[in-house]
Design a protein around this ligand. Structure first.
Ligand SMILES: C[S@@+](CC[C@H](N)C(=O)[O-])C[C@H]1O[C@@H](n2cnc3c(N)ncnc32)[C@H](O)[C@@H]1O
Length: 477
């Protein structure tokens, strides 16, 4: 387990040759100047390894292991930072609810906001089990579900998996039939908590029993799926729905007592919605600590990778489209939210603050101009729009965090830098500069010892370059 990471002490930190002191006269670009400004706060932290900062350490963790949310960070990371500030805890990009579950387990008041119903529902199911469900009722419900899945009865037509175009052919006919039987049974369960847990148990095995695999930006498809594919992978043995579900149910039953011990302190509030709609509703200075990880500006499209789960939850094609546009812009398909925000945002002062913070961010302007110059060589020219929209939305989130954080309170944020066509976008420095403009002091940008390599395509053209993977610590002044 991670020891509580000490907040920055300049003496003990590994002041790295990675960030050599620049010679003042050599500072040619805005990005170099920004790096020079934050150089003292960039600290390589060997204790922040990839396992801790990703979902990997959760693979054996009660509750959090039920659903493979690859975008998550670990409960150990949250534990490591939980004591850096008192008061209510917030995660505006809550995913599986790791932050709020751990905080609730320590009896802290905690609120998580998550736009993807997949994460929000899974988090609610874990929190429900942690809060305590009657073990007998849970076992009886699971028994009923497994019996229904194993039965040979045909299910009503409206219980079939509600496919959208991008999920068609994901399952074998036997798995389709078993899924329909499960859906029919779940619809008949009257108790809301039990229905939620059964629903999430089934949702959590969809990838495993399908011809797909989540892979960064996309779903990859197995050659046996019956779709017309170029290439396609071989996933190996694919278990039946009943087999995978039984394994998950055993895990849930095994984990329930430990979950209650770990997270049963104070039930967190998990809001399904957009941070850009929910943050303005929070009171000034009402939060002591935010531990969060927003989407990265890396083109990953959650609505594609979680297509099976979103379809399971009943999203149709237009709901997919709406969700994609509501997510913080991280894909080339995201359009600007500016016109909508200008018309509807309930706190124009925060919108104005974030716009000012962006306008004066010269390293961002420089990076956007550089991308504009190589527009034709970009694999998709809309990455320019992506980068611009990403920062304007994140600036608004940062402005709101500044308003709602108590003086002395802290924000801890995990994020990766990105690069397009050899142009590095120092997300850590740009967001920390915006945070300082909005009223935070950036105490430290903790850098993982190993960054993220650039893509093989980019490596071929621009050489190997490690992109910083960081945890930022900002203190509200
Ligand atoms: C990197 S993940 C965070 C995962 C989380 N730390 C965990 O441990 O599970 C970023 C999350 O932000 C969510 N997200 C993206 N846009 C959002 C928005 N506008 N409002 C709220 N959540 C959003 C994504 O759905 C995703 O779950």
């Amino acid at each position: 387990m991670l020891d509580r990471p000490e907040l920055p002490t300049l003496e003990d930190s590994a002041r790295p040759s990675l960030f050599p002191a620049p010679v003042e006269s050599n500072l040619r670009s805005e990005r170099e100047r920004l790096l020079a400004r934050f150089r003292d706060r960039l600290v390589v932290r060997p204790e922040l390894n990839r396992r801790i900062v990703s979902y990997q350490a959760n693979k054996t963790h009660p509750g959090l292991r039920w659903f493979k949310y690859k975008e998550g960070f670990s409960a150990d990371l949250v534990r490591g930072f939980l004591d850096v500030a008192d008061g209510p805890v917030l995660d505006p990009f809550a995913g599986l609810g790791t932050t709020v579950l751990v905080a609730g387990g320590r009896c802290r008041q905690a609120v998580g906001i998550e736009i993807m119903p997949v994460g929000a529902r899974a988090a609610q199911a874990i929190a429900t089990v942690a809060d305590g469900v009657c073990p007998e009722s849970l076992k009886a419900a699971f028994f009923g579900l497994l019996q229904a899945v194993a039965g040979a009865n045909d299910s009503p037509v409206d219980c079939r998996f509600p496919h959208v175009r991008i999920t068609e052919h994901a399952f074998s006919p036997e798995t389709e039939a078993a899924i329909a039987r499960a859906r029919s049974f779940i619809a008949s369960v009257e108790d809301d908590s039990l229905r939620l847990i059964l629903d999430v148990a089934c949702m959590s095995v969809l990838e495993e029993v399908s011809y797909t695999r989540k892979d960064g930006q996309y779903l990859r498809w197995d050659r046996r799926c019956g779709r017309k594919l170029r290439g396609g992978m071989h996933k190996g043995r694919i278990p039946g729905f009943e087999e995978a579900l039984l394994r998950r149910i055993q895990q849930i039953v095994t984990d329930a007592p430990a979950l209650k011990r770990l997270y049963g302190g104070r039930a967190p509030k998990i809001v399904e919605g957009s941070a850009l709609r929910e943050l303005p509703l929070l009171d000034d200075e009402s939060v002591g600590l935010t531990i969060t990880s927003p989407p990265y500006a890396n083109r990953y499209d959650y609505t594609r990778t979680y297509a099976l789960e979103l379809a399971w939850l009943g999203l149709d094609r237009s709901a997919f489209g709406r969700l994609r546009q509501d997510l913080v812009s991280a894909t080339v398909e995201n359009r600007s939210k500016k016109p909508l925000l200008a018309d509807t945002y309930p706190r124009p002062d925060m919108l104005a603050l974030s716009e000012k913070a962006i306008t004066r961010q010269s390293a961002l302007s420089e990076a956007l101009e550089a991308l504009e110059r190589c527009r034709r060589q970009l694999s998709n020219p809309h990455v320019i729009r992506l980068v611009e929209n990403y920062f304007s939305e994140m600036a608004l989130a940062v402005a709101e965090l500044s308003r709602i954080t108590r003086p002395g309170g802290r924000v801890v944020m995990v994020n990766d830098n990105v690069q397009y066509h050899g142009e590095e976008i120092p997300v850590d420095l740009i967001l920390s500069d915006i945070a300082e403009y909005c009223g935070f002091e950036c105490e430290e940008i903790s850098v993982l010892p190993r960054g993220k390599g650039n893509s093989s395509q980019q490596m071929g053209k621009f050489g190997r370059r490690e992109l910083r993977k960081c945890v930022y610590s900002w203190r509200r002044t």
